[in-house]
Design a protein around this ligand. Structure first.
Ligand code: F6R
Length: 607
């Protein structure tokens, strides 16, 4: 969380930095700030709240200069306030820093620095970095940054400028994302690619403990021992338009409507006549024979996609699976051996808990397969096998297109492992890949019903509670739908396995309670029909998502949506789209900030 940007070149830095920050606001929006060098001074403007508040300050007090750094904050240490906003400076104002991450030993460092005469003005961990660099400065900013970093514990990506060396911008990375954008007579740093897409698509992916020195016309990267590193230029194939709203009211809405294309992009080039080709998934038949268990680990929505993936792999490859959220996995002494395959899912590829889970598994000898959306992300770089979702940049905090493409990728993995084990016939492979190809249309069909979904949301947006019920894969879809509803509309929602209703939750149903029933699976359809009757008898308002073959039960419910008939295992992909749209319209009707829900940030790079 937190987003950082930096610019050095011939253009005025202020607008470039603000534009970059606006693309990173999904990472945190408690405060924003800029530090720009001009005429032997570093001038800082910072403001609590959204970037627009900072822009209002800049309207009356603009910053001039062609070297600067910027920050958008998700508060960890110290409340959101003007004072705690980044950038932070040394006592003499010579050095300014922006930071993403957490300095775990900041209290010890602060105590030491205070004894040495440094004056602190904020409650943040970040301020120690500026003082520490200043302490080590004796005419060489690079050396001072490197010396300071040796004393810093925790995770960080940092951007530093100094008025003593206004021809450079220094960046350092340890366990928090950071890229360097390479322009012509100008260079950039950023926490994520969208921040620089308008300027360049050529980047360096910094590795942990690397320091980059950016000058206008060159970038030099050093390893932790101060040795120069020859970095390869990485060309990003995202379109700058992908990171804009493109006529939609919200990024989330745009991303929901992009899903037919996203799913098609996930499939492109991977389905061959009689096999599937999975980029950098290099597991062989022999490797698989040596794997006796699979762990699936992820957080939030990615975990929910993992739940569906567990069912797929158990069904098609018949390997026992344990699934765990990364925050639990890392502290619970999971049984991991060199025969374990860890599958992680992560849109951003930067989630701290997921990275920690990988670390634990690798130390115990496990093989790691990552499904991620961000090429070159930390998780992609740590994994042995990688499958990219190819969903394009996801900017809205609530994940949508990343989820459905993760589910599609999990089906690919299941089929691939099943093929290696000889469990998936040519016919089955064709049936499933045809169904995957077809599901873009089913997703489009869901989008085409958005007016009716909106109307149901408008009828119920003032409700305090909503419940979602399903069984098997439908239950997993409900878990994801429930997360979408609560995170963006702040309506309390819970998902239940429908079979559990009678064991307690049905006590919650009263006149007018909204119950969303997902019933796309043939083998449990009749059971869900009974559940519908049970909750209807107690006054529930029921919205149903089912396949078209069951259209005749529309009259049993208050609102029904039907997916054109589809293979049951692929049905979760279109089914969730109705729930995403419902959550979206609910949030809009309640006046919520859809793209930036309160207290959340998109990329959870701290624990
Ligand atoms: C919810 C959401 C989060 C993320 C979670 C993991 O809509 O987006 O629950 O899924 O924070 O993030 P990634 O996938 O980047 O590891």
């Amino acid at each position: 969380m937190c987003g950082i940007v930096g610019y050095i070149g011939n253009e005025q830095a202020q607008d470039i930095l603000i534009n970059g920050l606006s693309k990173l606001e999904y990472r945190g929006y408690d405060s924003a700030g800029l530090a720009v060098y001009d005429n032997d001074e570093i001038n800082v403007r910072k403001k609590k709240g959204r970037i627009k508040n900072l822009v209002e300050v800049l309207d009356t007090q603009p910053l001039t200069g062609t070297l600067g750094i910027g920050h958008t904050r998700w508060a960890t240490h110290g409340e959101p306030s003007d004072l705690n906003a980044h950038p932070h400076t040394s006592s003499d104002g010579d050095i300014a820093v922006v930071h993403n991450g957490i300095i775990e030993n900041y209290l010890d460092l602060k105590e030491m620095l205070i004894k040495e005469g440094h004056r602190f003005i904020s409650d943040t961990d970040t301020e120690v970095i500026a003082h520490l660099i200043n302490k080590h400065y004796d005419g060489d900013l690079l050396k001072a940054v490197q010396a300071a970093s040796k004393e810093l514990g925790g995770s960080y990506s940092i951007g530093v400028i100094s008025k003593k060396e206004p021809d450079k911008l220094i960046a350092i990375r340890k366990n928090s994302p950071l890229i360097v954008g390479l322009g012509e007579n100008e260079n950039y740093i950023a926490s994520d690619i969208p921040a620089i897409l308008n300027h360049t698509r050529d980047i360096y992916l910094l590795d942990n403990d690397e320091t980059a020195v950016l000058e206008k016309d060159k970038v030099t990267v050093y390893d932790e021992n101060g040795k120069e590193v020859g970095k390869q230029v990485f060309h990003v194939n995202w379109d700058p338009g992908d990171a804009e709203k493109g006529g939609y009211d919200h990024f989330m809405q745009k991303e929901i409507f992009e899903q037919p294309r996203a799913i098609a992009d996930t499939l492109t080039g991977r389905i061959l006549d009689d096999s599937i080709r999975l980029d950098d998934v290099v597991i062989t038949k022999e490797d698989l024979e040596n794997i006796d268990r699979i762990h699936i680990v992820a957080c939030g929505t990615a975990y929910n996609a993992g739940l569906i993936g567990k069912s797929f792999i158990e069904k098609y490859a018949q390997v026992p699976i344990d699934i765990e959220t990364a925050s639990e996995y890392r502290y619970k002494d999971p049984i991991i051996t060199d025969k374990t395959l860890l599958i992680v899912l992560s849109q951003s590829g930067e989630t701290a808990d997921t990275l920690a889970a990988i670390d634990i598994a690798k130390k115990a000898g496990a093989r790691v397969l990552a499904i991620t959306n961000v090429v070159g992300s930390s998780i992609a770089r740590e994994a042995d096998d990688i499958l990219y979702t190819n969903a394009g940049p996801e900017i809205a905090v609530a994940s949508t297109k990343a989820y459905i493409t993760q589910v599609a990728c999990m089906m690919f993995i299941a089929l691939h492992l099943g093929r290696l084990k000889g469990l998936v016939s040519d016919e089955k492979l064709k049936e499933m890949t045809d169904a995957l190809i077809d599901c873009s249309k089913q997703v489009q069909n869901a989008l085409d019903q958005s007016e009716d979904i909106k109307n149901f949301a408008m009828d119920h947006f003032s409700k305090d509670d909503m419940f979602l019920i399903g069984r098997g894969l439908d239950y997993s879809t409900c878990i994801e739908g429930s997360l979408k509803i609560k995170e963006i509309s702040y309506v309390h929602s819970e998902s239940f396995s429908a079979g559990e209703l009678k064991h307690g939750p049905i006590a919650l149903i009263e006149d007018g309670t909204v119950v969303i029933v997902v019933a796309t699976q043939e083998k449990t359809f009749d059971k869900l029909l009974s559940n519908i009757k049970e909750v209807k008898a107690r006054g529930a308002h029921v919205m149903l998502i089912a396949q078209e073959k069951h259209k005749d039960i529309a009259s049993e419910v208050d609102q029904a949506f039907f997916i054109p008939n589809i293979n049951d295992d692929i049905a979760p992909i279109p089914a969730v789209v109705y729930l995403q749209l419902f959550a979206y319209f609910l949030a809009v009707a309640r006046g919520c900030d859809v793209d930036k829900p309160r207290n959340l940030a998109k990329s959870v790079t701290v624990e």
